[in-house]
Design a protein around this ligand. Structure first.
Ligand code: SAM
Ligand code: DTB
Ligand code: SF4
Length: 327
C-alpha cells in the first residue's frame, strides 16, 4: 500500500548508481534541498506529516549482536526493568487507543527477537495487529526475521507494514552485525512483500560509515522494485554499554542530506525521521521536514530511548505550519 499520494509509478527509477547517489549527497546543501523540495512538493503538496506511535512489546535479551542496539544480550547496556508485554494483548491495545486519541495515525510495535517464533507470543502478536487495525490505525510490526507462513498470517490479521531495516551498506554491515547476513535481511523483506504487506525498510547514519556507504545503502533501497513504501532514517542514538557508545553525534545537516537524498530517490515513499530527534534542535527538524521527511515517531519513548514529548512535537509541527496526516 502506498501511503503518500500521486507521482506516477512509471517515473520512479530503480537503476541508480552509487556514484549518482554520492553526488546527490555531496551537493551544495542549498541545491540538494531545492531538488528534494521540488520532488516533495509534488508528492505531498501539503507537507503533511504522519504521526507514528512506537511501543516496545518485548524488550531486551535479543540473540543478535547489532552493535548499535541496547537490546542485544551481547552488550552490557542495561534494558532490565522494562516490562514484557509479549502476551498481554489488552495493555498493548490500551496504549494504541491512547496513541490514537493523542493524534497518532500509525501504531508500531517492536519485539527484540532474532526471528518470530510460533506459539503463544505470535498468537498474541496477531491479536494485537487485529486490535490495532480495529481501532482504525495503521499497524506496523518489527520483530526480526520471519517465515513465509508467518508473513501470510500477519497479512491475514491485517498488518499494514513490517519494519526490517538494512541498517547500513552491504560493505559496512559486517562491522555492525555478525549474527545475521545482509542476504537474510533481504530474504525477510521479500517474504513480507510476497505476503502483500507493505515494506518499511531503512537504516542508521552515524555508525562510522563513509559517504559512499550511505550512498550504497540508499542504492539498495532505491533499487528495490517497488521502492519500500516506508523508509526510516535513524541517527545513531549512542547508548552506553553498546560497542558504538563512544561515537560522536551525527551532524544534524548530515541527517538533512540523508533525508533529502532518500526523498529524491524514492519520491512516493514515506521517509520517516526516526531515532535521534532528541539530539536535534527545532530548526534542524524543520529542515528535515522541508527536505522531505513526512513522518515522525510521536510519544516520549522510542523502544528503549527517549523521543521528544508529544506536546513539543505538536508545537514543532505548528511552528513549521504543517498538519498531521489523518489516514
Ligand atoms: N529486532 C528487530 C529487528 O532488528 O529487526 C526489531 C527491533 S530493532 C530495535 C528496529 C530497528 O531500530 C533496528 O533495525 C535499527 O535500525 C533501529 N535502532 C535500534 N537501536 C538503535 C539506535 N541505538 N540508534 C538508532 N537506531 C536504532
Ligand atoms: C526504526 O527504524 N526506528 C525505530 C523503529 N524502526 C522500530 C526504532 C528506533 C530505536 C532507537 C533505539 C531505542 O529506542 O532502543
Ligand atoms: Fe536489537 Fe533488533 Fe538487533 Fe535484536 S535484532 S539486537 S532487537 S536491532
Amino acid at each position: 500500500m502506498t501511503t503518500t499520494p500521486t507521482q506516477s509509478q512509471a517515473s520512479l527509477r530503480h537503476d541508480w548508481s552509487i556514484t549518482e547517489i554520492e553526488a546527490l549527497l555531496a551537493l551544495p546543501l542549498m541545491d540538494l534541498l531545492w531538488q528534494a523540495q521540488a520532488v516533495h512538493r509534488e508528492a505531498n503538496p501539503g507537507y503533511r506529516v504522519q504521526l507514528a506511535s512506537l511501543l516496545s512489546v518485548k524488550t531486551g535479551g535479543c540473540e543478535e549482536d547489532c552493535a548499535y542496539c541496547p537490546q542485544s544480550m551481547h552488550h552490557s547496556s542495561d534494558v532490565t526493568g522494562h516490562s514484557d508485554l509479549a502476551l498481554q494483548v489488552e495493555p498493548v491495545l490500551q496504549r494504541a487507543r491512547a496513541a490514537r486519541d493523542a493524534g497518532a495515525d500509525r501504531f508500531c510495535m517492536g519485539w527484540a527477537w532474532r526471528e518470530i517464533r510460533d506459539g503463544a507470543p505470535f498468537e498474541a502478536m496477531l491479536a494485537m495487529v487485529r486490535g490495532v487495525r480495529a481501532l482504525g490505525l495503521e499497524a506496523c510490526v518489527t520483530a526480526g526475521m520471519l517465515s513465509t507462513t508467518q508473513a501470510q498470517r500477519l497479512a491475514e490479521a491485517g498488518l499494514t507494514s513490517y519494519n526490517h531495516n538494512l541498517d547500513t551498506s552491504p560493505e559496512h554491515y559486517d562491522r555492525i552485525i555478525s549474527t545475521r547476513t545482509y542476504q537474510e535481511r533481504l530474504e525477510t523483506l521479500q517474504r513480507v512483500r510476497q505476503a502483500g504487506i507493505s515494506m518499511c525498510c531503512g537504516g542508521i547514519i552515524g555508525m562510522g560509515e563513509s559517504l559512499r556507504d550511505r550512498a550504497s545503502l540508499l542504492q539498495v533501497l532505491a533499487n528495490l522494485d517497488p521502492h519500500p513504501e516506508s523508509v526510516p532514517i535513524n541517527a545513531l542514538v549512542a547508548v552506553e554499554g553498546t560497542p558504538l557508545e563512544a561515537l560522536p553525534p551525527v551532524d544534524p545537516l548530515e541527517l538533512v542530506r540523508m533525508v533529502a537524498t532518500a526523498r529524491i530517490l524514492m519520491p512516493s515513499s514515506r521517509v520517516r525521521l526516526s531515532a535521534g530527534r532528541e539530539q536535534l534542535g527545532r530548526e534542524a527538524q524543520i529542515l528535515c521536514l522541508l527536505a522531505g521527511a513526512d513522518s515522525i515517531f510521536y510519544g516520549d519513548t522510542l523502544l528503549t530511548t527517549g523521543n521528544p514529548a508529544a506536546e513539543a512535537d505538536r508545537e514543532l509541527l505548528a511552528a513549521a505550519g504543517v498538519t498531521p496526516w489523518q489516514g
